[in-house]
Design a protein around this ligand. Structure first.
Ligand code: GUN
Length: 286
């Protein structure tokens, strides 16, 4: 069994990104990320703070616009339109979830597809589904990088993704389908889950339920990717019961230190990619 070290892989990607950002800086270009945070959900506060910290460490200019429950959808959309027009902003993210009074899909639909660095808009989701990938959501992209880093075979493998959310499960399933995996997407209504997950060569779990996946859910020698970050009594747990599952696996990601560290760096990679694409397009017009 090998523990996949997400921190280490993230640092490798971060070092490569830093070189690209430094190259842009030599041309007086600073990649910019516009962040919209609505309300004061404690988990979102932490996510946004961490994203801004890594941006600052790498030299990406992160601009945070905060809104509260008293603001209107129109005010948030106006800010998105401003970011869409702003030459210094290459990527825009609307931190999810929004407070329930706001229509999240409607708000996100205003983000320019070229700046949709979360890949949550329907243009980028449609591009993924039709195997013409453009911007891919950070967490699935980070998981793909981890599998590739460990030379884990995707083509022809049976991947079971548990959890069909828009941030991880759905894009993850399609991303691996596009690479020739046989994919089963299981979710909260799935029956006989154990029988299905036991068929997985690669099991990816994103359900938000601490230590739900125990050893009976896992085939001997499987690769297990744990996307869960569940806080219980102040301690962080994945969706996988690491102690019982790890000995059965060929590879497993820990929590913390697995998928988590990859997510922010892949978001920033999406920002730098968008920045370079814009520069290349501007260059080709001149
Ligand atoms: N909330 C939890 N994960 C994410 C993410 O990757 N992007 C955004 N925008 N919100 C999130």
């Amino acid at each position: 069994m090998k523990i996949i070290d997400g921190k280490l892989i993230a640092v490798e990607i971060q070092n490569k990104l830093k070189l690209r950002i430094d190259e842009l800086k030599k041309k007086n270009i600073t990649p910019g990320l516009g962040i919209i945070l609505v309300g004061n959900d404690p988990a979102s506060e932490i996510y946004v703070r961490n994203k801004m910290r890594v941006c600052s460490e790498l030299g990406v200019n992160a601009v945070l616009c905060r809104f509260n429950e008293e603001n209107t959808e129109e005010e948030i959309i106006k800010q998105i339109e401003e970011f869409n027009q702003n030459e210094e902003i290459d990527g825009i993210l609307v931190q999810s979830p929004l407070p329930s009074k706001f229509a999240e899909e409607k708000i996100i639909s205003h983000v320019s597809p070229l700046k949709d660095v979360d890949g949550f808009g329907i243009y980028n989701l449609g591009a993924l589904l039709s195997n013409q990938e453009k911007i891919i959501a950070a967490t699935p992209l980070g998981i793909l990088k981890m599998l590739e880093h460990e030379n884990i075979r995707i083509e022809g493998s049976h991947v079971v993704v548990v959890g069909a959310g828009l941030i991880v499960g759905r894009p993850m399933a399609v991303l691996l389908l596009n690479r020739g995996a046989t994919v089963t997407l299981a979710h909260s209504k799935t029956q006989n889950l154990k029988e299905i997950t036991r068929q997985a060569d690669i099991l990816i779990v994103a359900i938000g339920d601490a230590r739900f996946i125990t050893d009976e859910y896992v085939k001997d020698g499987a690769v297990v990717i744990d996307v869960g970050t569940n806080r219980v009594d102040g301690k962080l747990y994945g969706d996988v019961d690491f102690l019982s599952v790890a000995p059965k696996t060929s590879y497993i990601t820990p929590v913390p230190g697995g998928v988590g560290p990859m997510t922010i760096i892949m978001l920033i990679q999406n920002v730098v990619d968008a920045c370079e694409r814009k520069r290349d397009e501007n260059g080709s017009k001149n």
